[in-house]
Design a protein around this ligand. Sequence first.
Ligand SMILES: NC(=O)c1ccc[n+]([C@@H]2O[C@H](COP(=O)([O-])OP(=O)(O)OC[C@H]3O[C@@H](n4cnc5c(N)ncnc54)[C@H](OP(=O)(O)O)[C@@H]3O)[C@@H](O)[C@H]2O)c1
Length: 260
Amino acid sequence: MNLNLASKTAVVTGASRGIGLATVQTLTAEGVRVVGAARTITPELKETGAYTVSADLSTAEGVATLMDGALAELGGIDLLVNNVGAGDDVELAGFLDTDDTQWTRILDLNLLSAVRATRAALPSLIERRGSIVNVSSINSRMPAAGPVAYSAAKAALAALGKSLAEEFGPRGVRVNTVSPGVTRTSIWEDPDGFGGKVAAGAGMEHAAFLRQVPQAFGITTGRLTEPREVAALIAFLLSDVAGNITGADHVIDGGTVKTL
Ligand SMILES: NC(=O)c1ccc[n+]([C@@H]2O[C@H](COP(=O)([O-])OP(=O)(O)OC[C@H]3O[C@@H](n4cnc5c(N)ncnc54)[C@H](OP(=O)(O)O)[C@@H]3O)[C@@H](O)[C@H]2O)c1
């Protein structure tokens, strides 16, 4: 299938590793001119040939730095991938252990980063009849399974996508949500990350914890989703091949969500 993305420009947030990096790799391989942002510019991101911006996207200033840089570099934006999320503050804490500071930090990164980037990109997206993909999570459908503020932020992000699709669809902008299940990234694989902390909390060795994740999470395919698989779905949804798909939430989870 030819996605016909070669003449397009894109902004990808959270681009230094994981799903964001895989998305940049996929889009640049399609010939898209990409601006990728994260706090750290990794060698892997540099290798893609994308233009990079180092910014803290949990702040309004950081998002403004990215979007100003992207518009200056690209001249206009056809495609926006609001991927940045999770972040340093996601802990497996209960509601009473999550204070206002944590709520604010999680909402800033997982929801407001997308609000701010979208607001800045929309004039260009409208002019170019562009497309947005927001990366949510199956936690928005299974909030009991995850950290409370993260799940709420991801559910709000999915709702935002629907609102944006309705408001801007008549002006030629499509907006979709991609909701991954457990995906093989540093969130799970970094011993100091979320997965490492959950393993420690369960009194398990990290590698043993990772091995039992498919069974523990009820992943029907028996394996984690790979970042490049999420990236392929994102690239498809961004492309005109998906020209009549908008306002939808696309789950990619190996069958974890059991309901319709
Ligand atoms: N992996 C999963 O199982 C899974 C499941 C469902 C949904 N998701 C969602 O998928 C998206 C990508 O997750 P991932 O698994 O690829 O995560 P990841 O491997 O931890 O990558 C996160 C990316 O975001 C960047 N980032 C984090 N905090 C940032 C900040 N304050 N400012 C700028 N950049 C920041 C990181 O770079 P720096 O740290 O260098 O800034 C990195 O590039 C997230 O929205 C996540 O919620 C993931």
